[in-house]
Design a binder for this molecule. Structure first.
Ligand code: NAD
Length: 348
């Protein structure tokens, strides 16, 4: 198929990007017609939230403390707050877990959404929602959950620990690499993926070396923003679906799973679809899988599922669940999972 034969959904949304630009939040809320605001954030965001609340001259309610994978019970508790406070706008500050909870509120109730992300997960750019219940993760798409405005302020990311920074950047990279082969991709999405991969690869080692370097943090956050847009239009395939299944079954760290899985799934996909090689070239050179392995190595990020809590004795069960969820043959999943589950000392 020619690359110039495609469909592409251009998604709406306003982006405000720059160091210190969180100070523009009151004006951005006013543009959305906010008159009662619910703020959802993580416990590390309380200082930023207190500061914001002091600037908002309207009724404000807060939900502080979110949980990974947006458990259904946390969503129900948030909806109780919404039903008694009746906000017309939800403001979320934090990582994908904060954004994820705000999205579930927007899915279930009529509210505008403004997101201020503090990690590199990219959820703020997508119409994808997700929640977990009893070890299973459920996801879907709805424009209701796409934030109307996103404010990126790299100053809010300097407190992100090195490990979370690196793993979250790997999550962003995963959005981009998977866009190279998914059926819903387009030249527009692929161009965005190349820009995002270059920005992330260019910045992540600088940030890992100097966590408070605002200029490097800005470049990494820009890459993450573009990566989120890529995920929004390309959707998800074997790579993301493997992480969703493993996250739901074993509560493994989201970003760490992508650090491990991404090079292996890219290697598998390149052998199955050699035509996609050239799409990677500008971003990762002639051997994309090796480039990713080397990057993970230099960052000292996790390189084996064995090191992040994957139980080897549940390999078969996990492989079957992934094959079912990703709608691929078990024979396709097993080699990738075997490579990713091998203890790092054996792959070195
Ligand atoms: P997260 O929100 O759980 O944050 C990761 C860690 O970083 C947490 O410990 C958090 O407390 C900490 N943290 C966040 N901001 C901080 C700051 N400014 N300073 C210090 N610490 C900070 O995880 P995440 O990696 O951002 O997001 C992962 C979640 O997002 C997963 O549930 C994933 O499924 C979801 N996600 C959804 C989409 C989507 O499009 N729907 C896209 C990507 C990720």
């Amino acid at each position: 198929m020619s690359d110039l034969d495609f469909s592409h959904d251009q998604l709406p949304g306003r982006i405000v990007f720059g160091a210190g630009r969180r100070s523009e939040t009151p004006g951005e809320l006013a543009s959305l017609g906010a008159s009662r605001v619910l703020i959802i954030g993580g416990s590390h965001d309380t200082a930023t939230i207190d500061d914001l609340v002091s600037q908002l001259h309207m009724p404000v309610e807060t939900i502080i403390g979110v949980r990974p994978h947006v458990p259904a019970a946390v969503v129900r508790a948030a909806l109780d707050v919404v039903d008694s406070f009746e906000p017309n706008t939800v403001l979320t500050i934090g990582g994908g877990s904060s954004t994820g909870l705000a999205k579930m509120v927007a899915l279930e109730r009529d509210v505008a959404l403004l997101a201020i992300p503090t990690t590199y997960a990219g959820s703020e750019m997508t119409p994808i929602w997700g929640t977990s219940d009893g070890g299973a993760k459920k996801t879907g798409r709805s424009l209701r959950v796409l934030p109307s405005t996103v404010i990126y302020d790299p100053e809010l990311t300097v407190g992100l620990p090195r490990e979370v920074t690196v793993n979250s950047a790997c999550n962003a990279l995963a959005h981009c690499v998977e866009a190279m082969w998914l059926p819903d991709t387009s030249p527009i999405t692929i161009e965005g993926a190349v820009v995002a991969i270059k920005a992330i690869v260019d910045a992540v080692e600088d940030v890992a070396d100097r966590l408070d370097d605002i200029e490097a943090r800005s470049r990494l956050l820009y890459g993450a923003h573009r990566a989120g847009s890529v995920l929004a239009t390309a959707g998800t395939g074997l790579l993301h679906k493997t992480a969703h299944v493993l996250g739901g079954m074993f509560d493994l760290d989201h970003g760490a799973m992508y650090a491990v899985l991404t090079p292996h799934v890219v290697a598998h996909q390149l052998s199955a679809m050699p035509d996609i090689h050239q799409r990677f070239h500008d971003a990762l050179g002639p051997d994309p899988a090796e480039a990713l392995h080397a990057l993970i190595d230099r960052l000292a990020a996790p390189s084996s599922l064995a090191d992040i809590g994957f139980p080897a004795d549940r390999f078969d069960e996990a492989a079957e669940a992934i094959a079912e969820h990703a709608d691929v043959d078990l024979e396709e999943v097993e080699p990738v999972l075997t490579a990713a589950a091998q203890p790092a000392t054996e792959t070195a």
